[in-house]
Design a protein around this ligand. Sequence first.
Ligand code: ZN
Length: 421
Amino acid sequence: MKKYKARKYLPNSGDPHGVLLQVDPQNLTIYDDGEQEILNLADFDLELSGIEGDRIRMSHRPTGTVFLTSDPNLVKELEKNGGIHTVEQRATYIHKKLRILPYKRVAYIGTICGVVLGIPLIFYLTFDVWVNMAVNNIPASVEESIGKAYIADSKTKYDKKSALWKRVDTIGQRLVKHLDKNPYKFHFLIENKNELNAYALPGGTICVLSKIVKEAKSDDEIAGVLGHEIGHVKNRDTLRHMLHSGGLGLVLSLIFGGEDKNQQIQQIIPLLTALESLNYSRAQESSADETAILLTLKSGYDPEALIELFKRFAKDEPKYGKAVYSIMSDHPMSDSRIEMIRHDSEIMRKKLKDEGLLAPKAEPVKITDTASNTTKSKDLGDKDKDKDEDDKDKDDEDSNKDDDDSKKENLHRHRILFWEF
Ligand SMILES: [Zn+2]
């Protein structure tokens, strides 16, 4: 006959010890440290116990001695051999309970896991909603201070004086005049860097990398890039992106964390380091394109010049590297984006014409060159073009000197950066 391991608890003693139990039709035999004791099964009460409900507790009524075991086969044997009505009946009941216990346990664990995982999942799925709430909770003045903090922290020397800057600023200010009422004061800065990129800081500051201005063939192309970045500012895309990176805790504290947004926003400042390489969503990009189209048309620029700029950069494989070329020609976004700009421009042009809001072609920006003190047009004559090319080559050279070691990385960055603006 099989023996079952159990723990024996004497009455008024919290100190159990191990014993072996054996069941026959009438009795329970206990093997306890070499001694043998036989107790009548009819004197036992059976129940399930333990934290997980999987321990069988056998209480001996006359002595108060308790035996605890976790072997369900003991119950099976009591069920079969108990021979005494109440014990047998109780054992059957316990046996059933033990059989459904694993399922119960799975359901229990499942519920716990569901709750534990479900709450973050709900937050994850609704994160955009929370981010939007947080964005709506941040005043434009705080956005402006984020932008200022970025400029102050940056080691970059921003250009706010040169002819290049003057050209960008003039075009930019022409564009923002046509924005609907908004809380932003727009500033345009030039960053001297040999990369094709532009980016928007929260609060209205737009940085354009010098190479993009030098590569632009017309004011219209610059206007397209600036209009797009103005769209990102207006839609608060950079702020939105930063809050996404900041995580749920930051977002919730901005929503529910009282009035001092400025203090809370300090946590965002470290996230500003990657501003140049932000990836916006397609929806954000296309909304920014829409702003560019509207503003350029209202200011007398051709919105489709942006397409020319895209295409030229794409074609210019030797200059920007194979990686750029392949991502431009294969990227599913490029064609659809170009097509959308073309389509929206056509519709918007017609609409503005009907409303009498379509501006005549803008005058090219006239720039006073501080060095030579002469006035020249940037819708360029050949001579100016040559000079511009020279500047660019020089710029390329300088940059090459700095960047030779990280050429590969630069290719990658160009690829990323191009697609951001
Ligand atoms: Zn963009």
